[in-house]
Structure formats: C-alpha cells, structure tokens
Design a protein around this ligand. Structure first.
Ligand code: RB5
Length: 143
C-alpha cells in the first residue's frame, strides 16, 4: 500500500500519479488534499509520514509546490526517510543508498513525464542492502 498526500501545489501532479498507479494496479491510500483550494502542506505530510511510520503503508509519495515543505515535515518522524527528487537518478540512488520510504515531488518544479519517471524508479528500485549503507541509515536515528 502506498500512502499519498499533497497540498494545492501538488494536487494536479498527484492526479497524474494516481492514474499511473491505477494503470499498474498498485494500491494506494489517498490522504488528500482533494482539490486545488489552498491548504497547509504539513497536515498532509504528517498523515502520510504517520501511515508509513506505523507500517500501515510501505511507502509514501508527497507532493507540494516544490516538494520541499512536505519533505521537511515528513522527515521529523523517526524512521521516515523522505527524499525530494527532481530526476530519476536521484530516485534510484535514494532507494539504493538511503532506503528512502517517502518520495517528495514538486508539482511546480517537475513536469509530469519526469515525475512519472521518478515515481517508477522510486517504486521499482530496491535498497542495495550493502552494510555500509545500512550502517549509515542506522546512524540517522542514533542520538
Ligand atoms: C504553497 O504555496 C507552497 O508553499 C507549498 O506547496 C510548498 O512548495 C512548500 O514547500
């Protein structure tokens, strides 16, 4: 299950992402927002981060205007590794090296074709499992 969340700046792109997930028959839980009316991105970032943190959803996709505010918010949750990606190479490496569990996208900064390329790469790339990367990920949550 993939948790989805966006604000008004990400709403249009999220509609495109949802269509793509439906074509691939991938299940998602949509935490909103559900229109282009102005809303506060932390509300939706928190819902998605909590769903991934609890294990209710394996991964999440968050979209705001830039992908920045929504990703900053999600990363306040322990165990959440949210990566704001602007190309598929970043998505590939953040899965391989960081085992990122939430993808951040900017509805005003990446076009739909690039965004879907990023989503595909994020969903289809496994964590490398290499010890040096696993060790660094463990270090993120150490005091
Ligand atoms: C909303 O106007 C905008 O600030 C938001 O979508 C996002 O880009 C914040 O980081």
């Amino acid at each position: 299950m993939i948790a989805l969340g966006c604000d008004h700046g990400g709403y249009a792109l999220m509609e495109t992402v949802k269509k793509y997930l439906e074509e691939r028959e991938l299940e998602y839980k949509d935490f909103g927002t559900f229109s282009e009316d102005s809303v506060d991105y932390p509300v939706f970032a928190k819902k998605v981060a909590a769903a991934v943190q609890s294990g209710e959803c394996e991964k999440g996709i968050l979209i705001c205007g830039t992908g920045i505010g929504i990703t900053i918010t999600a990363n306040r949750y322990k165990g959440i590794r949210a990566a704001n990606c602007t190309d598929s190479y970043m998505a590939y490496l953040t899965r391989q090296h960081n085992d990122a569990n939430i993808l951040g996208l900017g509805g005003r900064t990446v076009g739909p074709g690039t965004a879907l390329d990023i989503v595909k790469t994020f969903l289809d790339t496994p964590f490398s499992g290499e010890e040096r990367h696993a060790r660094r990920i463990r270090m993120i949550d150490e005091d």
